[in-house]
Design a protein around this ligand. Sequence first.
Ligand SMILES: Nc1ncnc2c1ncn2[C@@H]1O[C@H](COP(=O)(O)OP(=O)(O)OP(=O)(O)O)[C@@H](O)[C@H]1O
Length: 336
Amino acid sequence: MTAPSAPVIDAEGVGKEFVLRRRTRGLRRAATRVPAVSEVSFTVRPGETVGYLGPNGAGKSTTLKMLVGILTPTAGRLRVAGLEPARQRTELAYRIGVVFGQRTTLWWDLPLRDSFALLRRMYRVPAAEHRARLEELVELLELAPFLATPVRQLSLGQRMRGDLTAALLHDPSLLVLDEPTIGLDVVSKAAVRDFLRRMNAERGTTILLTTHDLGDVERLCRRVMVIDHGRVAFDGDLAGLRALAPVPRTLVVDLAAPAPPIDVPGARVIRTDGPRQWLELAGNPAAVIARVSHDHEIADLTLREPDIEDVVTRLYRERPDPSAPAIAGDVRHNVE
Ligand SMILES: Nc1ncnc2c1ncn2[C@@H]1O[C@H](COP(=O)(O)OP(=O)(O)OP(=O)(O)O)[C@@H](O)[C@H]1O
């Protein structure tokens, strides 16, 4: 067991370079080096909830795969729960829970209940302990009606709840999640987020997750790390990231009929398409909405929050050199 204050994750200059060999016209094979992650250094302390964010191809999944021992770093030193993941992958499996949103660890043709029973044997969890934990997870995730259903017949949201249960049955102290809400509807997303918050608050489970969904970050992550070009570009909280890279909200207005660009204080039209107009908001959305509704006949209105891509793009516009040192935000290593 690691001491309570010891970091759950300790990464020091961790890098991963893929070497791709392609046969060229002759017999020689040309090697191309792909630096997926470059010298990433960070620690995560027990009880933290960390969003590991970045644009497509930034190196998030590669980092997660190194953390859980699927990939071996080509540089640096990595410890997870005090273990070296690639070398001590089996021992590590008892300490961590892993969910890759696009895949399942459950047995496709087996009822959920049987997958859980198999996992109990794999992790050698005592029967009474397993029963108690399963009961708790099934209740929290409202899985009782699906326990007898083969995994292939579950909806994506039901399957994700099953995967979360599978990842937590052996009571790991660290949960690593790759896009845990991808493809889920609003209700399922809310259920997954609420559940993860509870696990963190009540059991102290440390959570590291990648996501493209700003809602996941807002609801779950007290700390945010942005990675791009394989480097940590920001480490702090969401408010700090937003302050560094402010992205305005957009009001999408469907007018009853096409009209000239709407002219109201606190907003400017950035796009029009027939009766639809996009307004970038500078001030209070309520005042703008009231004014637009007063001046025009409205068919529909939607307030669009910036997504993570918008925030990260803005961050890079402010700081275009990816080799520059990370912007240190308000990093909080302690449980709040
Ligand atoms: N097995 C591999 N072999 C060669 N290159 C790889 C391999 N896996 C990833 N890469 C490359 O490493 C870089 C980082 O990929 P990675 O999947 O870690 O990004 P990501 O941040 O998870 O992206 P996304 O948000 O799209 O999932 C990319 O350039 C990718 O093409």
